[in-house]
Write a protein that binds this ligand. Structure first.
Ligand SMILES: [Fe+2]
Length: 427
């Protein structure tokens, strides 16, 4: 009897051990299938073609040069495209005062909406065609600057916003100046225009939409609310980190990306906690502008696509929606980016361990930075129902594919990635 029980126990133990072995085998297989299988990226053999704005004016109080700029451009009839928040904040008045003199007569269109829609783009198109404007000035965050780009392009190009997904702008645009009042989107340095059509993100990118002048004055960002500081600053971080993770990355784009990331790490929390700290604002403006330059030439990758699936469903600002998936997408791309992430680790002061260990600790440090700025670090924390992950992953693959992400992704990998983001697991 005792012997039989012993034999039964042995059987149970063996079954138990087998199930554990099976479990680990499955986990290992699953992880092996989940790692990046691409060829190793060789920076030294990569060429680069870079689009720049014609002129970048950066510095404290450079906005006071507006009158001089308009007179150099021989224009007296600018259209300022902005939003009502900028009007109320007093920033619009600062720009108008700086433009005064020499018969300058500015018109203001303050109909910009956060996360512009095709309707708001068509509204500015109607407005710009009705007036005899000689110049468009985009004043505000990315939404205002993108709307201003569209206004400048649509002055002489016929048709509606949607027509230009199928054809190029053939006629010239109005001269264009972009003045950011946030430090994040870097839209002043790009030819990208982002807007939504029935809650679906669309983007248009053309070097024709690059402005004649990007005027970046950190003073204009000092009154930015705390939450906006955090979200836009994380957007800049995303543009720079994502630029390291694309097949379009080059030693040139990497150089700008690293510098931008270092400035964000050194100054974003300072700007978040002490908005009036001009030094912190100065370096965050630099970080956003450099990240914008990088974004124009080595475009955003997986985190921005995940962000697009989240922002309209959960009413999340763009920067926050892209920041939540950032550490997990870094982990997904890790095998191709160990050296690069180890460089970022140095900016956090992470020096101990192998390069891979430093790279992994860097991903954790990025996640901590996001959490310290009071942004959720998992989809569970955001309140996303687990049952919705498959829908999100499908939308991600179908609507926002990023074929230039350094590691390819398919629907199965995307579903797994979303599960990790939901759990908050850096595997
Ligand atoms: Fe962005």
């Amino acid at each position: 009897m005792v012997k039989n029980r012993a034999r039964l126990d042995e059987k149970a133990i063996s079954k138990y051990l087998n199930s554990i072995a099976q479990y680990f085998l499955e986990v290992m297989l699953e992880r092996r299938l989940f790692v990046c299988q691409e060829e190793f990226y060789n920076a030294e053999t990569t060429s680069a073609s870079f689009d720049f704005v014609k002129r970048l004016l950066f510095g404290i109080n450079v906005h006071k040069q507006m009158n001089e700029i308009l007179s150099t451009m021989k224009t007296t009839k600018p259209l300022i495209v902005t939003d009502k928040g900028i009007v109320q904040s007093g920033i619009l008045d600062k720009i108008k005062i700086a433009m005064e003199g020499d018969g300058v007569s500015a018109t203001v269109w303050d109909g910009v909406v956060t996360e512009p829609t095709v309707e708001s783009m068509d509204a500015v198109k109607e407005f710009v065609r009705e007036g005899d404007f000689e110049l468009v000035i985009g004043l505000g965050g990315g939404s205002s600057m993108d709307t201003a780009k569209m206004a400048a392009l649509m002055k002489y190009n016929p048709g509606n916003t949607m027509d230009y997904f199928e054809k190029k702008f053939e006629k010239p645009r109005l001269p264009l100046i972009l003045i950011p009042t946030t430090s994040g989107t870097g839209a002043e340095m790009t030819g990208g225009i982002v807007f939504s059509v029935a809650k679906e993100k669309r983007w248009y990118s053309d070097s024709k939409a690059l402005p004649d002048i990007a005027l970046v004055d950190p003073v204009l960002t000092v009154t930015m609310p705390t939450r906006v500081t955090a979200h836009t600053g994380l957007d800049a971080l995303g543009h720079a980190v994502e630029a390291l993770m694309t097949i379009y990355a080059s030693p040139l784009s990497d150089a700008f990306a690293y510098t931008s990331i270092k400035w964000v790490i050194d100054y974003l929390e300072r700007a978040y906690h002490q908005g009036k700290d001009v030094t912190a604002r100065y370096y965050m403006s630099l970080a956003a502008t450099t990240a914008g330059l990088v974004n124009q030439n080595a475009p955003a990758t997986l985190p921005h696509s995940v962000g697009y699936t989240l922002s309209h469903r959960y009413n999340l600002p763009h920067g926050a929606s892209c920041a939540i998936p950032l550490p997990y997408c870094m982990r997904y791309n890790l095998s191709m980016c160990v050296d690069k992430f180890a460089v970022i680790g140095g900016y956090f002061g992470i020096t101990y361990g192998s390069k891979r260990e430093i790279a992994l600790k860097t991903i954790e440090a990025i996640r901590r930075l996001i959490a310290d700025l009071d942004v959720p670090i998992s989809l569970k924390e955001l309140g996303v129902p687990r049952e919705q992950l498959r829908t999100l992953a499908k939308e991600f693959i179908v609507k926002y594919p990023r074929p230039y992400n350094i590691c390819k992704i398919d629907i199965l990998k995307a579903e797994k990635l979303y599960r990790y983001i939901w759990e908050g697991t850096i595997w």
